[in-house]
Design a protein around this ligand. Sequence first.
Ligand SMILES: *Cc1c(COP(=O)(O)O)cnc(C)c1O
Length: 387
Amino acid sequence: MIEIRLKAELEAIATTGLTRRRRVLESPCGRIAAVDGREMLNFASNDYLGLAGNAEIAQAMAAGATQWGAGSGASHLVSGHLAPHEALEKEIAAFTGFPRALTFSTGYLANLAVTPTLAGRGDAVFADKLNHASLIDAMQLAKANGADVQRYPHNDMAALEKMLAASPAAHKIIVTDAVFSMDGDLAPLPLIFALAERYDAWLVIDDAHGFGVLGPHGKGSLGHFNLPASPHILLMGTLGKAAGVGGAFVAGSETAIEYLLQKGRSYIFTTAAPPAVACALSKSLELIRQGDALRANLMARITQLRDGLAALPLRLLPSLTAIQPLIVGDNEATLKLSSALWERGLWVPAIRPPTVPKGTARLRISVSAAHTEADISRLIGALKELA
Ligand SMILES: *Cc1c(COP(=O)(O)O)cnc(C)c1O
């Protein structure tokens, strides 16, 4: 009986204290989250620029729904590609500097479309060990398509170069997060790009946490490192984090994007996102482009937090980004600290293995441009008292 097996596994999860539960928010995503009738200061979302609850974007979505209806009605290649989708693609291409872009309903689907479509038998894929789960799943699909998939130790350029040099593959693809989601650190993209050029490889970059946050105008990690929109780069960005709405894009050369459009299964076999989402995203892109004040506030809050926590006995990982991980180590101690913060009205999630390596359980503090100086002071004060 499948039912019996599932129950046993759920019980096993419960006995190891790893059962996950969802908190129900009774308010829109923002610096304050209403939960169980309480007002929690929110350090748990990926809404880095505070745009998820932005009124102009919500209005663009409402106006979009009025004009274009609720749903797209079909996949992009059948009849679901409406004018707002087309406009958004062009705006993203112009913003990122690539010749062309394709939009997806989620970043997960975008990642599933890229590597498994580009890499098959005779090809090799080289992936950072700390890549996001969606990229790991994409690697499984690439493997099923016959690609040789190798994982290199986190940001280890010597190991990556050795693998590239030793591989006899016809086509090579390097896949990396630009900002690692549990550590907040950056991939050394200029070095990886140089290796990609030296070994005639393509470079697939997942900029889920850099887009909107890093670089001039929030163009992301490529802008941060001043890297070109090279035909050897495919840039993926998500639109549900800093962009505050939902969805994702892949930008690249005319040929690469046309190929994904023709062959990417997770692009082809799914209904296009509601057109109103595209309308909201066009507005969000505009706010990101003009969002220097938001980014300046975000960076000031990050600096304030890092300075404030410097003397703490716990280690704050070296991160320039909105993701600020505070390493506790022990699973139970991490949970306790997270609960104690919760009691004080501060929502900071505990991240434990297997999401992160054993012995590195942590608080994952997400800073947002919506946070005030007083908000960060409150968190620093509580952590000083509890840690
Ligand atoms: C969140 C995330 C994704 C998935 O994006 P969704 O739009 O949430 O599906 C992919 N890659 C990374 C690095 C992420 O953090």
